[in-house]
Design a protein around this ligand. Structure first.
Ligand code: ZN
Length: 126
């Protein structure tokens, strides 16, 4: 028997420009900077003055958000939270090392907190 209420296939999110991701990342990073007056001292890298570090953090965050967004549009099976596995990894990220986010979990991943100075990446699984 044919199931009469076959669920419509979920539409992938529409494509977005890098400018959109950068604009949102700028707001997100500036909010986090405002919450931590010593943010620059808390970074795991020390080689950049604050204005350059801010720009770097914005770029990283925009790319992080873009990877999650594009994963929802592409043919990948999951994203895996991947730390650098060194002494500078923060406890929150260490706990997420190797965690696999299937397509259905991308919304949860998008809400996961990402801190300033995070060096993690989201590795695609096909
Ligand atoms: Zn991290």
């Amino acid at each position: 028997m044919k199931w009469p209420f076959a669920r419509a296939k979920a539409q992938p999110p529409p494509p977005r420009s890098m400018a959109d991701f950068l604009a949102e990342a700028t707001l997100e990073i500036d909010q986090q900077i405002a919450q931590d007056p010593l943010w620059h001292q808390h970074l795991p890298y020390r080689s950049m003055p604050p204005d350059q570090a801010r720009a770097f953090e914005i770029e990283k965050r925009a790319i992080w958000r873009r990877v999650i967004h594009d994963a929802g549009r592409g043919e990948i099976a999951a994203l895996v939270w991947t730390t650098r596995e060194d002494d500078l990894v923060c406890p929150a990220c260490r706990e997420r090392q190797g965690r696999r986010y299937a397509k259905a979990d991308l919304g949860r991943l998008a809400k996961a907190p990402v801190h300033l100075g995070c060096r993690c990446e989201l590795a695609p699984v096909r």
